[in-house]
Design a binder for this molecule. Structure first.
Ligand code: TYD
Length: 235
């Protein structure tokens, strides 16, 4: 296979034609923009399985995504999209940088869903950026940003109810979108690497914070998420 790009947690290969690519999930875990790095055997398979279940569920509910088909335990065929250089952060409960920045204790439920934009730039550390700044530097139009926000809110209401069924609190997560055939579609992954997921009864963390904060039991957390999602979806 012809490698097109290798990132921190995935490798992208040439696909079946010039409209598709093959995305392969790696076992590498990174945090702090690559400062902390470790190999966690099984992580690639678990993230692929979790993200595929979620993308299929979203597609069944009318969300357009890049996923074409699942190829193996760790790889998918996806539409090539021109990635919008914006990370869309969605928050239902205060945690992480939001808690630090605004002094809201971790675990506080938010009165409304928060959608934030960050500029996608490892070099600059993905700084938070507002609509006005994004349109000013030509990253996206206001129309595109409005579309990202409404897609994020639709995805949030679908995901919150799915995770609730799985006995999991969906705290916050990151979404990425791209443009393909003139449409904005959901890209990248939705997995415990990109979400904060807490057990609904005990608030036990089942996501990458276990790795970021050296809590141990990372793979066990991801396995629990996959098991519960399968049950919730009847798969
Ligand atoms: P956030 O609280 O902004 O950052 P931090 O992880 O530094 O506390 O993160 C909000 C959510 O978005 C969290 O679930 C992690 C996820 N996220 C990513 O997966 N990648 C990113 O580059 C960013 C900025 C956030």
């Amino acid at each position: 296979m012809q490698k097109l790009y290798e990132g921190k947690s995935k490798i992208v290969y040439k696909g079946e034609d010039d409209k598709t690519c093959i995305i392969s999930y790696k076992d590498t875990a990174t945090a702090g923009n690559g400062a902390k790095k470790e190999d966690l055997p099984g992580k690639g398979r678990l993230n692929a399985a979790i993200s595929n279940l979620i993308f299929e569920y979203l597609a069944e509910n009318g969300v357009k995504t890049h996923l074409v088909k699942v190829l193996s335990e760790t790889s998918v065929l996806a539409k090539i999209a021109e990635i919008v250089q914006v990370e869309v952060i969605v928050r239902n409960v205060a945690a992480g940088s939001f808690s630090k920045k605004y002094g809201v204790p971790e675990g506080t439920s938010l009165k409304n869903t928060v959608v934030e934009f960050c500029l996608k730039s490892d070099e600059l550390g993905d700084p938070m950026i507002n609509d006005c700044q994004l349109t000013a530097i030509g990253i996206a139009t206001q129309e595109e940003l409005d579309e990202l926000k409404s897609a994020a809110l639709k995805i949030d209401s679908l995901l919150t109810s799915l995770f609730m069924k799985a006995g999991i609190r969906l705290i916050d997560y990151k979404l990425e979108f791209g443009k393909a055939d003139g449409e904005i579609i959901l890209c990248d992954e939705i997995s415990p690497d990109s979400c904060r997921l807490w057990d609904a009864d005990t608030d036990k963390k089942l996501d990458k914070d276990r790795f970021r904060r050296d809590m141990g039991g990372v793979i066990e957390g991801y396995e629990e998420v996959l098991k519960r999602l399968k049950e919730a979806l009847g798969k």
